[in-house]
Design a protein around this ligand. Structure first.
Ligand code: NAD
Length: 474
């Protein structure tokens, strides 16, 4: 490959690599690949005394399941090709982790840092209005979520705008996910994508033969990690693997450069510094390197690109030293770079799996909104009282027998605690990440013509979408 393909072309190239190994009719193959529709909206908002025109998109890739699902991105780089590529990835991702959604994505060309909160609220509400009046935001048809440049704040404005337009819709809260708890959100959604990255890595290391393909042994403990982008996804992934699994984050790459510390970076302190100063420069817990991109080529066990697409491309792929890359961002490796890395023997845990934690917990949030009850509310105390009965009985037996025994430290407290919403969400997420990994690795190991996890992921996913279209009679 000589020229760098666009993001959309990269996704198509990866799709084709898998589809070539399948027995699909050409018509069905094309139906699955194409993006069904992309709506472009241009609207004006009066700001600072003049009318400012914004351009936004909502792309629907596949409606084999409805609603369709996919984040809203706010960035000056948003364009149709990018939104369509991201919508396609959402289709494949939802099929892989078995959330009952089609794929969609939206974007607005805006720099959220250029406007104050009040101005952003007006821009977001107007964008939401434009999408909602065309059913491109709707609990039964199209459900957005956060992505780059958006978070709980924007989702709260969107759900409120939708409610104003649909005052009698009892399911209005389900029109968007990633909302704050007080606006119908779910515990564990903010951390979900980063948490999913952690669960994906844990599952990968549960199979020594998979880790061996990347030349690695053991667990996450002691592995060196480089993270690009300390936003929602990168921050949580870096925090969890370093605080809970013993991984050592040796470098963090941000917009204004990178911080390197081979003894490990304290992620929370660095995050506080970024919030206070707007960048990593000036952080005292490591050495500052102005050319952040160069740090993608620094030696490490695991590279976690968690910022944006196309950062590992034809210009730097050959120099990347990590033996395992987990694509926390969408599309961080171009199709050309993917080929170079595969030839080098680098193992890539693909985006459609690696960052699926977000849509998985969004699915839980949507179900919670439709059922109008928080997870765990009915059974938690009942579970606790049954556990209490067992403990009481054990303690009675111990007191009445000659053989004196005691429960281990902390056992009683842990065992007695019934699962609340956060525990249930994490358990559901862990189960989803494990199951999806197992379905991918089975194809990876069983088929001689499948050399990497990305093709395995596409095969699982395309097969499920094909079955769904076929059962509809297509
Ligand atoms: P975010 O806006 O919270 O964070 C992005 C971070 O990357 C920011 O800290 C930003 O400063 C940094 N960044 C931007 N450009 C950079 C560059 N050129 N070099 C280094 N750092 C840079 O966004 P997010 O929600 O964390 O999303 C990050 C990626 O994860 C995107 O590709 C997104 O599509 C994907 N993703 C997000 C979610 C989610 O739930 N938020 C779910 C699935 C996938």
């Amino acid at each position: 490959m000589t020229a760098e393909p666009s993001f959309r072309e990269s996704v198509d190239l990866m799709f084709n690599r898998a589809a070539d190994l399948m027995d699909l009719s050409p018509g069905l193959r094309e139906k699955i690949r194409v993006c069904n529709s992309t709506y472009t909206v241009r609207f004006g908002v009066r700001l600072r005394g003049e009318i400012v025109t914004f351009t936004g998109y909502r792309s629907v890739h596949s409606e084999h399941f409805e609603p369709v699902k996919g984040g809203l991105r706010f960035s000056l780089d948003v364009h149709q090709d990018e939104v369509e590529a991201l919508a396609a990835l959402m289709t494949y991702k939802c099929a892989l982790v078995q959330t009952p959604f089609g794929g969609s994505k939206g974007g607005l060309c805006v720099d959220p840092r250029a406007w104050d909160a009040h101005e952003m609220e007006r821009i977001t509400r107007r964008f939401a209005y434009e999408l909602a009046k065309r059913d491109l935001i709707d609990p039964a048809q199209n459900v957005p979520a956060p992505d780059m440049g958006t978070g709980e704040r924007e989702m709260a404005w969107i759900v409120d705008e939708y409610r104003r337009m649909n005052t009698t819709d009892i399911n209005a809260a389900a029109c968007v996910t990633g909302k704050p708890l007080n606006a119908g959100g779910i515990q564990g959604r903010v951390e979900a994508t980063g948490r999913g990255v952690q669960y994906a890595l844990r599952e990968f290391f549960r199979y020594p033969e998979d880790a061996a393909k990347a030349g690695l042994t053991g667990t996450l403990d002691g592995k060196t990690v480089i993270v690009q982008g300390l936003g929602n996804v990168g921050y949580h992934a870096a925090k969890f693997v370093s605080e809970e699994d013993g991984a050592i984050v040796t470098a963090v790459i941000e917009r204004d450069g990178a911080i390197v510390n081979r003894d490990g970076i304290n992620i929370d302190i660095l995050k506080e510094h970024i919030i206070e100063t707007g960048g990593v420069k000036g952080f005292l817990g490591g050495e500052y390197v102005e050319d952040g991109k160069a740090i993608l080529e620094m030696d490490c066990d695991i590279l976690i690109p968690a910022a944006m697409e196309g950062v590992i491309n034809l210009s730097n792929a050959a120099n990347v030293k990590a033996s395992l890359i987990i694509e926390a961002a969408n599309g961080p490796i171009t199709a050309g770079a993917d080929e170079i890395l595969r030839e080098k023997g680098v193992v890539i845990i693909p985006d459609m799996y690696a960052n699926a934690g977000g849509v998985t917990v969004s699915y839980f949030e949507w179900v919670k909104n439709l059922s109008h009850i928080r997870f765990g509310r009915m059974q938690r105390r009942q579970e606790e009282s049954r556990h209490q009965q067992l403990i009481d009985e054990l303690e009675r037996l111990s007191a009445s027998s000659d053989l004196k025994w005691t429960l281990s430290d902390g056992f009683k407290e842990k065992y007695l605690k019934g699962a609340g919403e956060l525990e249930l969400v994490r358990s559901g997420l862990d189960d989803t990440m494990r199951e999806a990994y197992q379905s991918m690795r089975q194809v990876w190991h069983e088929r001689d013509d499948v050399e990497d996890l990305r093709v395995a992921a596409y095969l699982v996913s395309i097969d499920r979408i094909a079955q769904s279209y076929t059962s509809k009679g297509l």
